[in-house]
Design a protein. Structure first.
Length: 336
């Protein structure tokens, strides 16, 4: 009887812990429901719905003018929607605006900063504005300056800083107060490749610890940072899913690059009748581009045919479809 009771108790505890873990991992932090914004008669955002779970990095991807920044401003409680709602940690961004804002670190697209202030004085001001306790401000600012790599410029005026450092200052003010939700509108916009990599590295370090909503017009930035992506086109969600699921969903065919030893014509004759091959293009005497159906990876079959025919195979690789290709498939528009 005791053993049975102990087993039951153990199962109950295990079940309870699993529920707690599931809640911790999957708890929905951001709920956007039928969000709509009109400017006069113009619809900037219409009927946008998505959720973001605890610790998830969620991306909004679309061309300029698609409505991304308007969505971000409404999520950050910076402007009210015409209709629909946003909840942050169960706080309505209109009805409970102050409580919702306390949960958010917001980096707008234009990174507004007080350029005549030093980095440290600006971050101290941000800490005071966010309600950080007076006795904690110095340690909060010191830790954030260190984490963002701003120690060497903390006494410099913001208007003397390179753009990459100004962007770091913008991220620093968003992180002050340790908010659980971060809303970043185009955090790498206008930065060079090195600066972009640095900011992306900082965002990756925060992933899993913070719940993040990131907007960008650059597919390569989104695919490397985000767990899920929503394509925004003309103010609406055109498609939503993980980067992998989206590329798989819209992959109707796969391109395979084949490099052979100066025998492209012979290679064409060898593989042209392989089932699943849609077309073959000879790029030069040694390289071919083969379009195949997307369901099956034909590389092993193609390689086997070429080797058996005595054709030297130097390389065979798939040309993967990226998020930009998917967006063009969905909307017929190129992401700039």
């Amino acid at each position: 009887m005791a053993a049975s009771t102990g087993l039951t108790f153990g199962l109950l505890c295990g079940w309870t812990l699993s529920l707690i873990w599931k809640w911790f991992v999957e708890y929905t932090v951001i709920v956007v429901n039928n969000l709509t914004k009109f400017y006069g008669l113009h619809s900037a955002v219409e009927d946008v719905t998505f959720t973001v779970n605890r610790g998830e990095v969620f991306g909004l991807l679309g061309p300029n003018g698609a409505g991304k920044s308007t969505i971000m401003k409404m999520v950050a409680s910076f402007m009210p929607p015409t209709s629909g709602s946003v909840k942050i940690m169960d706080y309505d961004t209109v009805k409970d605006s102050l409580d919702a804002r306390k949960c958010i670190g917001y980096l707008p697209g234009n990174t507004p900063l007080y350029s005549d202030m030093t980095v440290e004085s600006f971050l101290r001001f941000a800490a005071q504005a966010k309600g950080v306790k007076k006795e904690q401000i110095s340690s909060e600012v010191r830790g954030t300056v260190s984490d963002l790599g701003l120690s060497e410029v903390r006494e410099r005026k913001i208007d003397t800083l390179p753009k990459g450092y100004r962007q770091r200052v913008g991220l620093a003010q968003a992180l002050i107060g340790d908010p659980p939700v971060l809303v970043f509108d185009d955090p790498t916009g206008g930065l060079d490749a090195r600066q972009s990599r640095e900011i992306e590295g900082l965002i990756k370090d925060l992933s899993g610890w913070k719940t993040m909503l990131i907007a960008s017009h650059n597919p390569s930035k989104i695919s490397g940072l985000c767990d899920r992506v929503a394509f925004i086109d003309k103010g609406r969600v055109a498609s939503l899913g993980t980067p992998r699921d989206l590329t798989e969903k819209y992959r109707e065919h796969v391109s395979i690059k084949i490099i052979v030893g100066d025998k492209a014509k012979e290679a064409l004759k060898t593989i042209c009748r392989v089932e699943g091959v849609l077309s073959i293009l000879i790029l030069n005497s040694s390289m071919l581009k083969v379009d195949t159906v997307g369901e099956t990876d034909l590389r092993p079959v193609l390689a086997d045919r070429l080797v058996n025919a005595g054709i030297p195979l130097l390389e065979i690789a798939r040309d993967e479809k990226g998020l930009e290709d998917v967006f063009m498939d969905i909307t017929g528009r190129k992401v700039h």
